[in-house]
Design a protein around this ligand. Sequence first.
Ligand code: PMP
Ligand code: GLU
Length: 399
Amino acid sequence: MSKHLLSRKLQNMSESATIKMAQKARDLKAQGHDVISLSLGEPDFDTPDYIKEAAKAALDAGYTKYTPVPGLMELRQAICNKLQRDNGLAYEPSQIVVSNGAKQCIANICLSLLDEGDEVIIFTPYWVSYFEIVKFAGGTPKALYAGIDKDYKVTAAQLQEALTDKTKLIIFSSPCNPTGSVYSAAELESLAAVISKKEDLFVVADEIYEYINFQGKNPSLAQYPGMMDKTITVNGMSKGYAMTGWRLGYMAAPQWIAGACAKVQGQFTSGANAFGQMAAKLALETEPEKQSYMRDKYQERKALVKSLLDDIPGIKSNDPKGAFYFFPEISDYFGKSNGTKTINNADDFVEVLLMDAHVGTVTGRAFGDPNSFRLSYATSENKLREAMARIKRVLAEYV
Ligand code: PMP
Ligand code: GLU
């Protein structure tokens, strides 16, 4: 093996735990086991037909060539209209960059803004890729943790305390992956009051679960005083429109940041696929309520899983207000054994769920919280009931 020949940057990067666990579950399935995978955060719904039809029509209409690097003008205009309609934010197309998923938007932003030594505060528990993308871009990630007692939400006072001269960027998601927590308008306003006071500080507001919010409209950080010049709003088609495989995301930012991201993208990927962009345009022009059947279903499943989780001793969970995850606290199980195996940490816990219950989940360690694990409930109620029953049965053996 020539592992030492790989770049130091790469050697320092962890593999995506969500993707790794999803693969492990697939492998076990391929061996003939009946595995229920609650590991990957992916809608189980298919992309709505009207969006698929738009992609087919775009192919037939000749949208088969490179598009402008930041995206087709008609799509960027549709994104501006959407941001005005849903979020009350006024952007110009020159402030929008469309990429191969929100993941690439975050990579573009970090590569554009970070130098060695720049600190990035990541609200923790965080989505796995934030930490690794920041590191790869040369920044220094700083986890700012809020536990279950605070519904996993960082306070303005905590943020104020954590800022240093080197802090350049803040990254968070609301609704949050992995906790499902949603920052209220008042909470965002108080965070904005801290951020807007500090010069040369920017924030990525990842709103990719915007439409999976069980409380109604999702407030956007950029709408608060002083935040338009400091906020990079990230969003995409993957979650709200069940379009994970299309690889389409977008960001809205001050023009100089959007321009920098387009420059990076111009060298790395040239941009997103042309016919998919035309389908995204139609989706974004359509009333978001057209997809509300998905949100309603997630909400029903959330209530189901909450009641089943509450029925398992030693598992504590919050009541998620959005997204499609639970992030339960499971440290009561640490040190417990079934006679052959001992659960010493969250990694052991998810290994037991996978190998003994054949239920795939993800260790909390990958999200910056070693006392928890994440499960996605974006799957059928039958599978959820069966998965929870198996988990309960297997955990009962650990004393
Ligand atoms: N941000 C968050 C919080 C996510 O959960 C995801 C899901 N993968 C992404 C960004 C990236 O989404 P995509 O690249 O599929 O647009
Ligand atoms: N965002 C999803 C998750 O957290 C998809 C996998 C990924 O991109 O990491 O599971």
